[in-house]
Design a protein around this ligand. Structure first.
Ligand SMILES: Cc1ncc(COP(=O)(O)O)c(C=O)c1O
Length: 366
C-alpha cells in the first residue's frame, strides 16, 4: 500500500488527557480539566432539553442542508443563508478549505505559533506551509504578507490566536485585508469571538460585502459549550460557499448538534453570564501572575498562556498530580509556558492555591 508521502511520520493530534484516564492513572477522586478551552459552565439548559427532545430521532439521517440551524445562524449574525457552511466543528471547515484550495504545487501562510490544524491539514494536502514567527504572541501581518506569492492559496488569521490568546486589532486586520492579493483566501478563525471584550477587535462580517476572498470561522464548541457535539461554521460569499460545499460529507453534523446549537443560540443571557465570569476569571489570573511576577500573554479568549520560565512539561506534570489537566506550552511553540483554560471561580481558586504552593516551595524547575 502506498499512502501519500506526506503522511509518513505525521503525528496524530494529541488532545488534552481525558478526566477519567487521569483519575484512574493517578488514583485521584477529583480532576479538573482546564486543557481544551471548553466552557466550564457547560451549555445553556435549553440545549440539553433540545437534545432530549430529539432523542427519538436516531434512525433518521440528519438534515444534510442543516436548514433549521442555517436559518437561525443567518438571522442571528445578519447574513444570507447561502453564506454559511456547517462543519463537524470548525475543525472540519478548516479541513474543507484545505481540501478545496491546497495541493502540492501551492502554499499557505500561517502565523507561528498558531492553531495546529491549519498546518496539519495543509500538510496532508501536500501544500507548502509558510510559518511566520509572531511578535509577542501576535501575528506579524506585514511579514505574513511578504510570504504571499502567486502560489499562495490561503492565509490564516487566528483571531484571537490559540495558543497565545492575543488578537489582531481592527486597523491591522483591515490594512492586511486590503493588501492581500484577491487570489488568496483570508481565513479569520474566530473560535473565541464571544469572549472578546476589547473595542478594537475587527468586526469582520460587514467586510464580506467588500471582500470575496474572506472566510470567517465560528464555533459552538467554546462559549456555547457544545464541544462534544461538534458543530462550527464558516461564513463567506455565496460563490465561495458553493465552491467548497461539494467537499463536505453529506451528513456531517448530527440531528442533535443542529437541535442543541439552535437552542443555544436563543439563550443570549447564558452566553452573557459566561462571558462576564470569564472576564472576571482572566482578571484574577492576571492578578495572580502580577503578584508572582510571571509573564502572561494578554488574552481575549477563555484561556491564558503563562510563562513559568520552566519547561512547560514540568509544570504540566506537577499540576496533573494535583488533579489539574492543563496544556504544556512545549508542544504549542511556547516551551516555558503553560496554557490554562479559565475554570469556574472555585476551580480557579483551587488552582491558584496549588500554583502558589508550587512557586513558593520551588518544587518545580530547580
Ligand atoms: C482557534 C481555533 N479554531 C478552531 C478550533 C476548533 O474548534 P471546533 O472544531 O471544536 O469548532 C479551535 C479549538 O480549540 C481553536 O482553538
Amino acid at each position: 500500500m502506498k499512502a501519500k508521502a506526506q503522511l509518513h511520520g505525521l503525528p496524530s493530534y494529541k488532545p488534552g488527557k481525558p478526566i477519567e484516564e487521569v483519575k484512574r492513572e493517578l488514583g485521584l477522586t477529583k480532576v479538573v480539566k482546564l486543557a481544551s478551552n471548553e466552557n466550564p459552565y457547560g451549555a445553556s439548559p435549553k440545549a440539553a432539553k433540545a437534545i432530549q427532545d430529539a432523542a427519538s430521532q436516531t434512525a433518521i439521517y440528519p438534515d444534510g442542508y442543516a436548514a433549521d440551524i442555517r436559518e437561525k445562524v443567518a438571522s442571528k449574525i445578519g447574513v444570507d443563508e447561502n453564506q454559511l457552511i456547517f462543519g463537524n466543528g470548525s475543525d472540519e471547515v478548516i479541513q474543507f478549505l484545505c481540501r478545496a484550495f491546497l495541493s502540492p504545487d501551492t502554499n499557505t501562510v500561517t502565523a507561528d505559533p498558531t492553531f495546529s490544524q491549519y498546518k496539519l491539514n495543509a500538510t496532508i494536502e501536500g501544500a507548502e506551509v509558510r510559518e511566520v514567527p509572531s511578535i509577542d504572541g501576535v501575528h506579524d501581518l506585514d511579514a505574513m504578507l511578504e510570504e504571499i506569492d502567486d502560489n499562495t492559496r490561503i492565509v490564516w488569521v487566528c483571531n484571537p490566536n490559540n495558543p497565545s490568546g492575543t488578537y489582531v486589532n481592527e486597523t491591522a486586520f483591515l490594512n492586511f485585508l486590503e493588501r492581500v492579493p484577491s487570489h488568496v483566501l483570508v481565513v479569520s478563525d474566530e473560535a473565541y469571538y464571544e469572549y472578546v471584550t476589547v473595542d478594537d477587535y475587527p468586526e469582520t462580517l460587514p467586510l464580506l460585502k467588500k471582500y470575496d476572498n474572506l472566510m470567517i470561522l465560528r464555533t459552538f464548541s467554546k462559549a456555547y459549550g457544545l464541544a462534544a457535539l461538534r458543530i462550527g461554521y464558516g461564513v463567506a460569499n455565496p460563490s465561495l460557499i458553493s465552491l467548497i460545499d461539494p467537499v463536505r460529507p453529506p451528513f456531517n453534523n448530527t440531528t442533535f448538534s443542529h437541535a442543541a446549537a439552535a437552542a443555544a443560540l436563543e439563550d443570549d443571557a447564558f452566553i452573557q453570564t459566561c462571558v462576564e465570569k470569564n472576564t472576571e476569571a482572566l482578571k484574577q489570573f492576571e492578578e495572580f501572575c502580577d503578584k508572582h511576577q510571571l509573564k502572561y500573554y494578554p488574552s481575549q479568549t477563555n484561556f491564558i498562556l503563562i510563562d513559568f520560565n520552566t519547561p512547560g512539561d514540568e509544570i504540566f506534570d506537577y499540576l496533573l498530580k494535583k488533579g489539574f489537566i492543563v496544556r504544556s506550552g512545549q508542544a504549542l511553540g511556547f516551551p516555558t509556558c503553560v496554557r490554562i483554560t479559565a475554570g469556574t471561580e472555585e476551580e480557579n481558586k483551587e488552582l491558584f492555591a496549588v500554583l502558589e504552593e508550587m512557586l513558593l516551595t520551588k518544587v518545580v524547575g530547580q
